[in-house]
Design a protein around this ligand. Structure first.
Ligand SMILES: C[S@@+](CC[C@H](N)C(=O)[O-])C[C@H]1O[C@@H](n2cnc3c(N)ncnc32)[C@H](O)[C@@H]1O
Length: 282
């Protein structure tokens, strides 16, 4: 199996300083890449993920009695902590976004190449609104605001109009359909883009579907009640809006903080790390 490649791994581990009996929460355990290193240092890790498949993969991969998997959303960190831990923890890690397998899986609807779906819900059993619903029901202003504010897309207005014209002919039901509408617009205007022009719109839809900004804001506040005095919180984000939320929170609270970016060597090895920013605070 191809496991997700953890980003900024060395930096995360040297900041969290795992050792015997220290307790950590990995809020986005994914395939357990970061957690594996925490466990190697004999720490105890509670690993949360909203995606049942990823949590199952991590649990069998890690196969360690010091690992405690929890299916859930990190916005509920306080309830999860109360139920499973109950005493202040030494460190918390959040590695935002998606794992590589989620991004590329057929049927999840996150990928430009998905020919089956444009769903994007991390947990369709409890989340009501999918990206399919958003893209087929939001009016022009709602799409424009999502594309301009969250995606920071230069062509937010014409793309919203194109999407509405396309869906009037045929509902948008797959990643491929949506990506092609965006690509066609870019091509028709001879606009060039170094990454796929659909990238930002797909990311904005995912953020909207999974309420990622709201979840992060709630996490930042609630995590203060469960971390030890002097404990470490490490947050990796891949979107400037998310990073801004973290940066402002740290500033408002005057926390001691350090910021890390991936090295050129890491970016060469794993190009998905290129937009990562790690902020650590105590
Ligand atoms: C970038 S991956 C984490 C990869 C992990 N650090 C590793 O090394 O394998 C992000 C993970 O967070 C999960 N996730 C995203 N938002 C979440 C949320 N609000 N609550 C819980 N899990 C979430 C995703 O399902 C995904 O498995």
């Amino acid at each position: 199996m191809n496991y997700h490649t953890p980003v900024l791994l060395d930096q995360v581990i040297s900041e969290l300083q795992p050792s015997i009996d220290k307790v950590f929460i990995d809020c986005t355990v994914g395939h357990g890449g970061h957690t594996q290193e925490l466990l190697k240092n004999l720490a105890i890790v509670y690993g949360i993920d909203a995606d049942k498949n990823n949590l199952t993969t991590a649990t069998s991969r890690l196969n360690n009695p010091n690992f405690h998997p929890v299916l859930g959303n990190f916005k509920d960190i306080k309830n999860i902590w109360q139920k499973h831990i109950g005493k202040p923890v030494d460190g918390i890690l959040v590695d935002l976004g998606l794992s590589n397998n989620q991004q590329s899986s057929e049927g999840g609807g996150f990928s430009f190449n998905d020919t089956k779906s444009i769903d994007m819900r991390l947990d369709p059993t409890i989340q009501e609104t999918s990206a399919e619903e958003i893209i087929n029901t939001y009016d022009e202003t709602q799409l424009y605001l999502l594309f301009s504010k969250v995606a920071q897309e230069k062509f937010a207005r014409p793309l919203a109009q194109r999407i509405i014209a396309a869906r009037q002919k045929k509902s948008i039901k797959t990643g491929v359909q949506l990506a092609n509408i965006i690509r066609d617009y870019y091509q028709s205007k001879h606009f060039r883009s170094s990454v796929d022009p659909a990238t930002k719109i797909f990311m904005a839809l995912r953020i909207e579907v999974n309420q990622e900004f709201e979840n992060l804001n709630k996490f930042l506040i609630d995590s203060q009640d469960i971390i030890k005095k002097g404990g470490t919180i490490a947050i990796i984000s891949f979107h400037s809006g998310e990073d801004r939320i973290v940066k402002n929170f740290i500033k408002q609270n005057n926390f001691k903080t350090t910021r890390f970016l991936p090295t050129q060597t890491e970016i060469k090895r794993n190009k998905l790390s290129r937009s990562a920013v790690l902020r650590v605070y105590r």
